[in-house]
Design a protein around this ligand. Sequence first.
Ligand code: GSH
Length: 233
Amino acid sequence: MSLVLYERLCSDDRRPSPYCWRARLALAHKGLTPELRGIKFTEASKVAFSGQGKVPVLCDGERTVPDSWAIALYLEAAYPEAPSLFRGEGGQALARFINHWVDSRLQKAIAPILAPRMLALALPEDRAYYRETREPRYGCSLEELAAQRDRHLAALGPLLEPLRLRLAESPYLCGESPAYADYLAFAEFQWARCAEPDDLLGPDDDAIRAWRSRLLDRFDGLARSVPAYDSAA
Ligand SMILES: N[C@@H](CCC(=O)N[C@@H](CS)C(=O)NCC(=O)O)C(=O)O
């Protein structure tokens, strides 16, 4: 059966989207290796067959699944023999809670720091679209947003406290080995790694840094294998 993952494509073949990293890591957790197809910001029509225009979209044979959470649920149901993404009903419910926390808090804190960087990371033909869609979201130009960087960085620190506390207790959010809740949070740091020259973590964040490093190494270094921002040409 053919397995294809449509994901965001940026310049130099970079793939920074955190939503798409959720799907990449969920597939790796299940031991699956999809064919990757890059979609530019201005190519939403190329995934219109999925009934919407966003990525990730997974195609597994005849089956098309848009949305990272739906992809995780699909993989868990379709590949029950492979390692579980949730480890049971309670684990799935808690992963969904983390999904909401990441979408509504963590990503909202990280995105204003990374959005100005993303302008350069987007393909040249996508930059006008990126500016037109993101500036209304932040209510200012991307250059003004860049000037607010220190304020957004300061707001991120306290928000990471639950991660700091949990990762001081355990190598992964999900215990001795990672599962989908880990990938949800880690994908935001993977986005930062792709888009941002500086480490967003502070001096008190060694436990988060060690967790991030373990996840970069996971699956034969899958997340580490893509270029970090500072190795940009
Ligand atoms: N709820 C969706 C959100 C997906 C999403 O927003 N993906 C971004 C990846 S860059 C996207 O396609 N955005 C459309 C755009 O930027 O125009 C999920 O979890 O997969």
